[in-house]
Design a protein around this ligand. Structure first.
Ligand code: SF4
Ligand code: SF4
Length: 403
């Protein structure tokens, strides 16, 4: 680290204005799940911002310009890097921020700065670029097993179609009930849809983006966008909030132009199909369900109503809510690629979600994200409170097929 190190370079004007704007009012502290389970103020949003501001001021601020930059405080820098990677990037702080800091976008770019300076990524995150290059997915699994174990053979996939379906790596390898449910629902709706061959359906880039490793993002985006374009896709559907998020927000930037298709979360597509009379449940369900909003679906792309409208349309269902729901929901602990590095935090956050669902007397906890699904299930292992966990599309498939 030299005195010439720039903490400003690579950040946008918006990022810099946001860093300057924090008033240290501490409103966001009430909403931060990592703060809640660790009690460590060092990782709180105003503290992270203060540390980064100090780094900028000491190296490029007015005094630094007049009298020369101060030596970068290595300890402060390492403390900042840990804090920014321990955050789940859930964005709850931004939603409550009185000056409108869009934290779900700011933290990933500060992570990228840390990566550029050799202070990140942390632990297994560092293997992601190599593994994705080798196998096309972050789980180091063979491409030929991407669809095989879960794809329902009775559903037909068209060679070309205006609707494309992207399963995503976490769904395909870690949350197979969810992606099986997606495909069964698409089959039941009956509009032709297409998919890429398994070796072409590579990672959407989100794990690289969120860990600040942006080098391969343009390449992955081009491969996927061009492959769907060639298949005539006009609407691309996925059930993974992180995939939907990077596709809608960042793919146009990495592709260098507007995408040739629109992006929708599967619950939006299913909610429309129900409204248009193209999809009906074969069975009802006399259960009390509680729905958890995934951070990258609610705060990320603003999808909160459609999953609820799908659940409410199941005959017999009573839908109840967490105290914090919709745009204010509390992270289940699985986000921001922090779940494998800060495992204990993630488990503690997952258990807060379980506690509340059990306390409210829900029969089932409904999720809509493969990372939430995998981590909340893990949080329940060996825990004294138990509740049935189901992905929204897994549940829908259950009610179509009567399994
Ligand atoms: S994004 Fe979430 S975890 Fe990170 S600081 Fe904000 S509230 Fe806390
Ligand atoms: S709510 Fe916003 S302004 Fe207030 S301390 Fe948090 S980040 Fe800073």
């Amino acid at each position: 680290m030299t005195e010439k190190t720039s903490f400003v370079e690579g950040l946008t004007k918006r990022h810099l204005i946001e860093l300057d704007a924090c008033t240290r009012c501490s409103e966001c502290l009430k909403w931060c799940p990592v703060q809640e389970v660790t009690g460590n103020r060092g990782i709180s949003p105003p503290e992270k911002i203060r540390m980064y501001r100090d780094l900028i001021n000491n190296t490029e601020g007015l005094k630094a310009r007049l009298f020369g930059p101060r030596k970068v405080n290595r300890e402060l820098l390492e403390e900042f890097a840990k804090a920014v990677f321990e955050c789940t990037t859930c964005g709850a702080c931004g939603e409550s921020c009185e000056v409108g800091i869009f934290s779900q976008r700011l933290w990933p770019f500060l992570r990228k700065k840390m990566v550029d300076m050799g202070l990140g990524p942390l632990g297994p995150q560092a293997n992601l670029p190599k593994v994705i290059e080798r196998t096309g997915n972050p789980y180091d699994k063979p491409a030929e097993e991407r669809y095989r174990p879960w794809f329902p053979q009775e559903v037909k996939v068209a060679g070309r179609a205006e609707i494309g379906y992207y399963a995503g790596c976490t769904g395909a390898y870690e949350s197979q009930a969810m992606v099986r449910g997606d495909v069964l629902a698409l089959g039941a709706i009956g509009e032709p849809f297409t998919m890429l061959p398994p070796e072409e359906e590579v990672c959407c880039g989100f794990p690289l983006f969120i860990t600040g490793q942006h080098d391969r993002l343009e390449d992955l985006t081009r491969r996927l966008v061009d492959a769907y374009r060639i298949k005539g896709v006009k609407l691309l559907i996925s059930s993974c909030p992180c995939c939907v998020n990077i596709m809608a927000r960042d793919w146009p930037l990495f592709y260098g132009q507007e995408l040739p298709f629109k992006i929708r979360h599967i619950t939006q597509f299913v909610a429309d199909a129900i409204k248009d009379g193209k999809f009906h449940f074969k069975e009802g369900l006399k259960e009390k369900l509680i729905y958890h909003d995934p951070c990258y679906l609610s705060r990320g792309v603003g999808v909160t109503e459609e999953p609820r409208s799908v659940l409410k349309s199941i005959p017999g269902v009573e839908l109840i809510e967490f105290d914090r729901s919709g745009l204010d929901s509390r992270c289940c602990g699985a986000g921001g690629a922090a779940r494998k590095v800060f495992h204990d935090n993630a488990i503690a956050m997952g258990r807060l979600t379980i506690d509340e669902a059990v306390g409210k007397g829900a029969d089932r906890l409904v999720l809509s994200c493969p990372a939430c699904y995998s981590k909340v299930n893990e949080a329940m292992e060996g825990y004294d409170k138990q509740i049935r966990i189901v992905d929204i599309m897994e549940l829908i498939a259950e009610l179509i097929s009567g399994d």
